[in-house]
Write a protein that binds this ligand. Structure first.
Ligand code: 13P
Length: 258
């Protein structure tokens, strides 16, 4: 699969998690936009829900190429679901992509494979791109089950999706043991898992779609390690947590991506 070296645009996403108010998000969008310059990579930020609209306004005002990502979604279109936000609302707020199944959602909020699948479908239904997040825990890796866990999550999230969905889906491999720990996967570990994920995705979506799919790495990515991680031929971008909260460190990762 890597032999044909398909052209895939790199994608760098800052996942701001539960940080930054609307005013702070506006400031960071402004600083990132000002420093972006002419990059070949796509760059996006994922603010918390209340900061989406202010971030979208700042992006619009600056005519910034930054894209807007939501961190989560509830799969029902509308109704009595206190505290929930629908895919339609996120699309209307200016989001182009939505994370589905981030490990923090899986671990802290109990999202299982079935719930994640419903989110993926809701995002597609609202005309946005789902970013299916998959990744094994340290215990699963130590038990030798990393590939099977990741394969199961991928299959649950993607198998049998409509063709258009399979064609737009973005996959993010985020090993749980590397998130927020400062312990990044080595470039070899990341590339090896990304290659395996692409092969699995080819079984589900066909070689052509798999060769075009963006597969991102996430887990303690920063300005010092991004270039080495991105050197893997199957690593098409990074999903950045902590290092995305300051313009300088996030921009250095964007520059590493091209
Ligand atoms: P850190 O970059 O802080 O490890 O977080 C990664 C992540 O969870 C991105 O979604």
């Amino acid at each position: 699969m890597t032999a044909t070296a398909p052209v895939r645009r790199r994608l760098v996403i800052g996942n701001w998690k539960m940080h930054l108010t609307g005013a702070e998000a506006t400031e960071l969008v402004a600083a990132i936009s000002a420093g972006l310059g002419e990059l070949g990579a796509e760059v996006a930020v994922a603010p918390a829900f209340p900061a989406l609209a202010p971030a979208a306004e700042e992006i619009e005002r600056r005519r910034s190429p930054l894209r807007l990502v939501a961190q989560d979604v509830f799969p029902e279109p509308e109704g009595a679901f206190t505290g929930a936000v629908s895919a339609g609302m996120l699309a209307a707020a200016g989001c182009s992509h939505v994370l589905a199944g981030h490990s923090e959602r899986r671990q802290i909020f109990g999202d299982d494979d079935r719930a994640v699948r419903r989110k993926v479908e809701a995002v597609l239904g609202a005309g946005m791109v789902p970013i299916l997040c998959i990744g094994e825990t340290l215990a699963e890796r130590d038990a030798g089950n990393a590939e099977s866990v990741v394969g199961r999550q991928l299959e649950a999230g993607a198998a049998g999706l409509p063709e258009a969905g399979l064609g737009t889906l973005v996959i993010a491999y985020e090993p749980v043991w590397a998130i927020g720990t400062g312990r990044t996967a080595t470039p070899e570990t990341a590339e090896s898992m990304h290659r395996s994920v692409r092969q699995r995705f080819a079984d589900l979506a066909g070689e052509e779609r798999a060769s075009r799919a963006q597969i991102l790495y996430g887990g303690s990515a920063n300005g010092d390690n991004a270039a080495a991680i991105l050197a893997g031929p199957n690593v098409d971008g990074v999903l950045v947590g902590g290092a995305s909260l300051r313009a300088e460190s996030f921009l250095s990762i964007c520059r590493a991506a091209g």
